[in-house]
Design a protein around this ligand. Sequence first.
Ligand code: GYE
Length: 403
Amino acid sequence: VIDGTEQKALFITGKSHCDRSADDCGGGGLSQYRVVQYLCQSEYAEYGGSAKFFFRGIRLFWADVFETDDAAAADQTEDSAEAAGTESSAASGDTVTIGFAQVGHESDWRTASTDSCLSVFSADNGYDLQFVDCDNDSAVQLEAVRGFIEQDVDYIIIDPIVSTGWDTVLTECEEAGIPVIVIDRTIDDSDKYVSWVGSNFKTEGLAAGEWLKAYTGAKGISDVNVLVIEGSTGASATIGRTDGFKEIADANGWNILDSQTGDFTQAGGQEVMESYIKSYEGKFNVVVCQNDNEAFGAMDAMKAAGISYGVDGDVILVSFDACTAGLEYVMSGDINADFECNPLAAPFVEEVIKQLQAGETPEKEVYMTEHWFVNEDVLSTINVNGEDQDLTVVTKEIVDAQY
Ligand code: GYE
């Protein structure tokens, strides 16, 4: 009651846990939107359609309630809604169209990543996903993104094959008003994307190095001669894992005999390992593969050459990713340690999209949670970046629960 007169007010709350009754919006702006849309549909039905008219609907509703017509404020609301992308069909409850330029299909990790996106961004969940497998070809990936701009999708997801060469096409996305979300690998020469969801690859490399330091120390191995099978050249996953591991290797005076790309594939890992065996047989006691599939190929090459590896072998085998098949080999003792990289980014990407729909600003960087897996119960923790982190001994339950 103001000045003795009873006023009407619309109060849209923002509680994070709520009973979702019609006048309680839940945690996010999207639900707020739905509450107001409901009001518009009931009292201002003609304004319930597109976001643009919807905001006009709010403005009229507001004007009615408060007997004022602040056109400037209403126009501003419309502008910011457009800038935030809420003007898309998605905002009015229609299908959300997404273009996803995926790296390729080179590994188990990649399959898990693709499956995660396909299941979250399904038609049943209200999405129309344009999926392009770029087969590890950067030119194809740029073309795919430009195709999404042509189609005027609501959002573009990119898992960048390489970390550079992105500014021009991201500027084109920006000019087209299409928000870009980057997943997994990073883009290092442009910041024209809304959010990145992925892993800290350098930390993974540091963890592998710290584990090897502690493990060789515990086993009394003082001579450390390493062969590295790198991932795809120019990929931030490769760069980070290489840098992190090298930092620890240099600090401990280890001998890195060679470091070549196996392109994150089983065939690549096998080929590189075969050529390493020709050049370095008898000279190495550690093989670091930058993903599980390369490790499977390296195992085939060592087996064929009669070289023993794993917990009972002559060669310590280290891997990254920790997908199901990788963890099975950790459990059997063929791989000594596997540093997880979590491929299930899609639910986090969906969260980012919901925030954008609501006109909110998502976090620029979202990090996935990861674990370090081993076979032997020799060490319980390692110190990474000054922090004690657990080592997990792989069990059948862990393998069964993994992607
Ligand atoms: O480690 C590898 C995949 O980018 C983190 O790419 C990803 C890497 C992953 O092919 O298996």
